[in-house]
Design a protein around this ligand. Sequence first.
Ligand SMILES: NC(=O)c1ccc[n+]([C@@H]2O[C@H](COP(=O)([O-])OP(=O)(O)OC[C@H]3O[C@@H](n4cnc5c(N)ncnc54)[C@H](OP(=O)(O)O)[C@@H]3O)[C@@H](O)[C@H]2O)c1
Length: 191
Amino acid sequence: MKLRPLAAKSALVTGASSGIGRAIAVALARQGANLCVVGRNAQNLTETADAVRQVSSVESIRIDLTDDNALGSLLQCSHQLNGILVHSAGIFHQDLMAQASVADFDRQYAINVRAPYVLTQLLLPKLIATQGQLVFINSSAGVVGHRLKVGQYAATKHALKAIADNAYGMVAIAIFECPLSRLLSSTEVAA
Ligand SMILES: NC(=O)c1ccc[n+]([C@@H]2O[C@H](COP(=O)([O-])OP(=O)(O)OC[C@H]3O[C@@H](n4cnc5c(N)ncnc54)[C@H](OP(=O)(O)O)[C@@H]3O)[C@@H](O)[C@H]2O)c1
């Protein structure tokens, strides 16, 4: 018999329509968790939901996470949120400071930093009540900021690390994702 250690849990995963977020959503479902998957691209989100549905139950919510008014719709899912919130949504823009636009900086800040902060605040009561776990998908750029052309992105990921480090009252895990080595390390903040 397959063990499903997360069978009593529900998880909300942002960035679930693609890449790492999709992989995490499917992996959590395989462990038994019920899923709320969040993204913007309808087709991609449906593909994720279909994959999750093969092993667990799933609800999809299409929203732009930088739209504060839209975030409220995630509360529809939050009644199910029992334990796990994964922030994987994020964008990356590369440019030299001499030519990088402030608009690009603002866009990255909005989705990489502000959105996970606001969403965590919104779902905090439920997370605390369920002794929840918070996962922030970070980057090696959230630890080392001096690589050429990634100043804006690195600044957002350093800020995200600070948010994870200060998520007292629950276990917060910051995963530092690195494209080459897939190096994984985590920071735990004790309850
Ligand atoms: N891949 C890497 O090598 C790597 C390395 C280091 C760190 N990371 C970090 O890992 C995380 C996931 O990366 P990934 O490679 O999986 O990226 P990805 O495949 O490009 O996926 C990004 C996800 O974020 C969502 N998203 C972006 N802007 C959004 C918005 N305004 N509102 C709602 N959703 C939004 C996208 O949704 P839609 O497509 O539906 O719009 C998509 O699901 C990011 O935080 C990234 O910084 C990745």
